[in-house]
Design a protein around this ligand. Structure first.
Ligand code: SF4
Length: 250
């Protein structure tokens, strides 16, 4: 529980925390301790630990399916950077959520674009790369842009939840990502869909209108389809391929 946390060691109540550059070993140790001590803590406590610990070397990432995590951090750390990967292939409804977040929340929304527009990519690699090689398309339009954006930060937050899919069942609240060399924070990892719905209702958080149209999980329009009642919400993602993740969270 939050009350049993050693908040001083975690950075609370101490002026000694330096959010400046840290070594890989320091980041790894911070993540290990926090992952252990913050398990079971409220999302707000996890979010506050992250922003206090990393300062301006921290950002939130959001797919703008909903704006729960962006909102959570806007309450805990007003002005926090929120990174949105603008693939050029989003539904208009998703861009609408991004624009509402930018206009109504105390956060700094940063839309990060791929190196090439969709047209430039089509010209070089041929049209509809998503239908021929979705891994390559996701790398060019999501993975590389995220890595470029994260180069400015030591830590980032996501809205991953354990109940979203079997591949996410063991998501820790804080962990070191050895590939990126950064600390990944998942403050709502332990939340259920009911917890998310309660938060949205309590704070009147913007939600992507596609959820009301039968979409269970929302990504780029070419790789997202509606889901049927009772179907795994993520079954609508890359439904034509044996692919369940875009590569951002592996
Ligand atoms: Fe390309 Fe689909 Fe990945 Fe979007 S989700 S980057 S369209 S393969």
């Amino acid at each position: 529980a939050a009350t049993s946390l050693n908040l001083v060691n975690l950075g609370f109540g101490s002026a000694a925390v330096d959010p400046g550059r840290r070594s890989r070993d320091e980041l790894e140790a911070l993540a290990r301790d926090a992952g252990r001590d913050l398990e079971g803590a409220p999302a707000e406590v996890i979010a506050k630990w992250a922003t206090d610990t990393f300062g301006d070397r921290f950002c939130v990432t959001s797919s703008m399916a909903d704006a729960v995590v962006a909102h959570l951090f806007s309450r805990v750390a007003p002005g926090v950077d929120v990174v949105f990967l603008d693939t050029g292939l989003h539904f208009p409804e998703t861009l609408k959520v991004r624009d509402i977040v930018a206009a109504t929340m105390d956060v700094n929304v940063r839309s990060i674009r791929p190196r090439q527009t969709v047209g430039q990519q089509d010209g070089e690699l041929g049209p509809r790369l998503f239908a021929r090689s979705p891994d390559e398309c996701c790398f060019l339009r999501k993975v590389e842009p995220l890595e470029r954006a994260l180069s400015e930060y030591d830590s980032w937050a996501t809205g991953l939840r354990r109940d979203e899919s079997p591949t996410r069942a063991n998501t820790p609240v804080v962990a070191f990502d050895p590939k990126k060399g950064k600390v990944k924070v998942n403050p709502i990892a332990a939340w259920t869909q009911a917890d998310v719905d309660r938060y949205i209702s309590r704070w009147n958080v913007p939600v992507n209108e596609l959820f009301k149209m039968g979409y269970g999980s929302i990504g780029c329009w070419p790789c997202t389809r509606r889901t049927k009642a009772g179907e795994d919400p993520r079954a609508g993602r890359w439904a034509m391929f044996e692919k369940t993740e875009c590569g951002l969270h592996v």
